[in-house]
Every structure is written in structure tokens, then in C-alpha cells.
Design a protein around this ligand. Structure first.
Ligand code: ACO
Length: 381
């Protein structure tokens, strides 16, 4: 909300409605509930492209041809393994560490191991981004499996990015329709203009710091329940409700306590999130494949009741929560999976920030005490 007093400059709390810079990576059009990556509608990308093609698009500005895609996939597959040292570091994490803290720490560690750590030239940042992109799933899986006392599974270069994540964490690759739904979720999570984590990555980059620092900070921002952490909260909520027949009554209880309902609302979209219809379609497919309609039915009732009572629409995390659960992902992995996807968007913004950098340094409107003399110790109450 804007706050202006006679002697105060205008403050846009939460930077609502502030244009902080230009960007050619993606465009949100709230009036039409639409989103484009490099000019392509995200729904069309989901139907026509793989996640790897979209990652290439975000980083290079154009979709790859056959040869470019093959080279991109080969480079990614080659970089998947992590060092023995990092495996040992991950194995030493506390068993009950939050998976987002684990991946944040692993990414920070990767920065110390990276041969080009201090080189912030565009070419080096791009090589480091590829290494991070490839190694993040390996780190997520290693931390998850270590926390459960399971053997680590080696990445398989023959698998696509999505298949490899299933292979690393779940030890097997599911049916193609499950992999396709997961791939779609990765495309939808890949990029979304100046959201909190992306803006964090750009802010860190603007100081001249390296990409590992920027991504470590972005992961910290994504963990929050008002941002990426909402996909986990949605599934906890659906499980707490239990049955579709209890959804309306449960929601009424939330309204009575003026509580936030996770997976609803968005800073930019006020009439619906452009990504929700596509993800809902694929979540419904997962419910069919698994033969369990309970979560999608509960979701349907919640969405209808929220709209009726509050005129608030679901955001991407709302259908992704049950979709991931139905795909067999454990709930604490939902936000780390978001990281595995969003590294592509974060990196695209780090490249863009670096290409035309100016230190990000806003102002604060001071509301504290007027200047006063420092009292000696003997006069302090
Ligand atoms: N449940 C209940 N009420 C809500 C919700 C919600 N999920 N979201 C917004 N509202 C209410 C607010 O309380 C506010 O009510 P008021 O005017 O009576 O105070 C009104 O709707 C307007 O909300 P805004 O202030 O415009 O919301 P803002 O832009 O500040 O916040 C946010 C957006 C943080 C996403 C918010 O909607 C929220 O907390 N949602 C739940 C968390 C969530 O799902 N986050 C995922 C975001 S998408 C992503 O990261 C992929």
C-alpha cells in the first residue's frame, strides 16, 4: 500500500506496483491472466516443448534446434555428478535438516568447489549456471536419501532432466504420462518475472557477487511459505482436511480466524494465475493414473468456496501440491523441486543483470527518532 505524509516520501510497502528494472526474460499480463517466456505463451511451451528446451530458451532467448538441444542436454547430463567431498558434507547434515536448508547449503558449497568461482564474466557465469542446473537434483536426492539412511543413487546420463530426478530420488522412472506431467510442472515453475527469489538473485548479482551467492540467496527466499513453500503447505492442508465432504466446513473455520489459505492469492494476478489451468489439467491426469480423486475433489471445492466467499483465485502451488503427491514425491521435496526448476529463471536474470548492471540500492523513509546527543553511561536509565 502507498503511504504518504506531508514530510515523508511515497513508500510502496512490499514494492507493490514498482517497476525496478526492464527485463526481456518473461512477461506477466495480469489483465489477461497470461504469461510468456521470451515471447512464447507458457501453456504452448508446456504442450510443445520439453523442460530442457525451455531452459535453453530462457538462457539463450530462442528455442534450440535439434543440434543445439542435443549439445545442451549432453552438457547438462555430463555435469550431474557431485564430488566425494560434497557427498560427505551432505551425509553429515543433521538428519532432520529442512531439505531447503540442505539444498541451500549444498549450493553454497558448490560455489567453493567451482573452478571458476570468482569469475563473473558472462561466459563463466553461464558455465557455472549449467553446472548448478545439473548438480542441484543430485544434491537434493543425496540429502533426501541420507536423511532417510538410504544409499545414494548415481545420476543416469541417459535420462532426461525430469526422468533423472525421479531416478535419483525415487530409484525408478515412472510411466511416460507421469514424467510428462512432472516436466510440465518444471516448465511452469521455471520463470516468473521479478518475484521475491528472482529479485533477491538480481540484488545479490548487482553487487558483483558470483552466481552461487545469488542462487544461495534465492533459495533462502524461495523457502518462505508466502513464496515457494506454499506448495508443501497446500498438501499439508489437503491432508488435514482429509475428505472432500469436510472442505467447506474447514474453510469456514479459516475464515472465522482470518487465516491465510495456502495456495491462494497472488501479488500480480488478481483474476487468476495463468499457470493454474495447465497444471490443474495435469494434476487431474495424475489423479486418474493413480485412481485417487480425493485431493482434486477437495481442491475443487476449496477453489469454488474461496472464489464465492473472497473472490480470491488459486495460484500455481495449489494444483502442484496434489499433483506432486500423486506422482509419489514426499511433501518436504516439493519446494526443493521448485528450486531444481527455478534455477533456470534465476540464472537467466543473473545473466541479464550482469549484461547491464547497476547496483540495486533503494531508499528507506526514516520513521525513527530525531537526531539526539549520545548520553554518557551514568545518565542512561
Ligand atoms: N487466504 C486468505 N486471504 C488472502 C489470501 C489467502 N491466501 N491471499 C490474500 N488474501 C487477502 C489478504 O488478507 C487481503 O485481505 P485484506 O484486504 O482484508 O487485508 C486481500 O486478500 C488482498 O491481499 P493482498 O494484500 O493483495 O495480497 P499480497 O499481494 O500482499 O500477497 C500473497 C500475495 C503473499 C501470495 C498472498 O496472497 C498469500 O499469502 N497467499 C498464500 C501463500 C501462497 O499461496 N503463496 C504462493 C504464491 S505463488 C508462488 O510463489 C508460486
Amino acid at each position: 500500500m502507498s503511504q504518504t505524509t506531508t514530510d515523508q516520501p511515497e513508500v510502496r510497502k512490499g514494492l507493490v506496483g514498482v517497476y525496478a528494472d526492464t527485463s526481456a526474460v518473461s512477461k506477466v499480463m495480469p489483465e489477461t491472466n497470461s504469461l510468456t517466456y521470451r515471447g512464447y505463451a507458457v501453456q504452448e511451451l508446456c504442450e510443445e516443448c520439453s523442460f530442457e528446451e525451455v531452459a535453453y530458451l530462457l538462457w539463450h532467448g530462442e528455442l534450440p534446434n535439434q543440434a543445439q538441444l542435443a549439445a545442451f542436454k549432453e552438457a547438462e547430463a555430463k555435469e550431474r555428478p557431485i564430488s566425494e567431498t560434497l557427498h560427505k558434507v551432505i551425509a553429515a547434515f543433521p538428519r532432520d535438516a529442512h531439505p531447503m536448508d540442505a539444498i541451500r547449503t549444498a549450493v553454497s558449497f558448490l560455489g567453493m568447489e567451482d573452478p571458476e568461482a570468482g569469475d563473473v564474466s558472462d561466459a563463466a557465469q553461464r558455465r557455472k549456471a549449467m553446472r548448478l542446473f545439473a548438480k542441484i537434483p543430485t544434491c537434493i536426492a543425496a540429502a533426501h536419501r541420507a536423511s532417510k539412511g538410504q544409499e545414494v543413487v548415481a545420476p543416469d546420463p541417459r535420462h532426461s532432466f525430469a526422468e533423472n530426478l525421479f531416478h535419483l530420488v525415487q530409484g525408478k522412472v515412472p510411466a511416460p504420462e507421469v514424467v510428462k506431467s512432472f516436466d510440465v510442472s518444471l516448465i511452469l515453475y521455471a520463470e516468473h518475472t521479478f518475484n521475491a527469489s528472482t529479485f533477491t538473485a538480481r540484488t545479490v548479482s548487482s553487487t558483483g557477487a558470483d552466481i552461487h551467492g545469488a542462487i544461495t540467496a534465492a533459495i533462502a527466499a524461495l523457502k518462505g511459505p508466502l513464496h515457494g513453500g506454499a506448495n508443501e503447505a497446500v498438501m499439508h492442508m489437503l491432508k488435514e482436511i482429509g475428505e472432500p465432504s469436510k472442505a467447506a466446513e474447514w474453510l469456514k473455520g479459516k475464515f472465522d480466524h482470518h487465516a491465510l489459505v495456502m495456495g491462494f492469492g497472488h501479488r500480480v494476478y488478481k483474476h487468476g494465475d495463468s499457470r493454474v489451468p495447465t497444471m490443474t489439467k495435469y494434476a487431474e491426469k495424475m489423479a486418474e493414473v493413480v485412481g485417487d480423486r480425493r485431493w482434486m475433489e477437495t481442491s475443487r471445492i476449496l477453489a469454488a468456496e474461496m472464489l464465492k466467499a473472497k473472490n480470491i483465485h488459486p495460484n500455481l502451488d495449489f494444483p502442484t501440491g496434489p499433483a506432486y503427491y500423486l506422482m509419489g514425491w514426499e511433501i518436504p521435496l516439493f519446494t526443493p523441486i521448485f528450486v531444481a526448476s527455478r534455477i533456470t529463471g534465476w540464472a537467466a536474470h543473473v545473466f541479464e543483470q550482469g549484461a547491464d548492471n547497476r547496483l540495486i540500492r533503494p531508499l528507506s523513509a526514516y520513521t525513527g527518532l530525531e537526531q539526539r546527543p549520545v548520553p554518557p553511561m551514568s545518565q542512561r536509565g
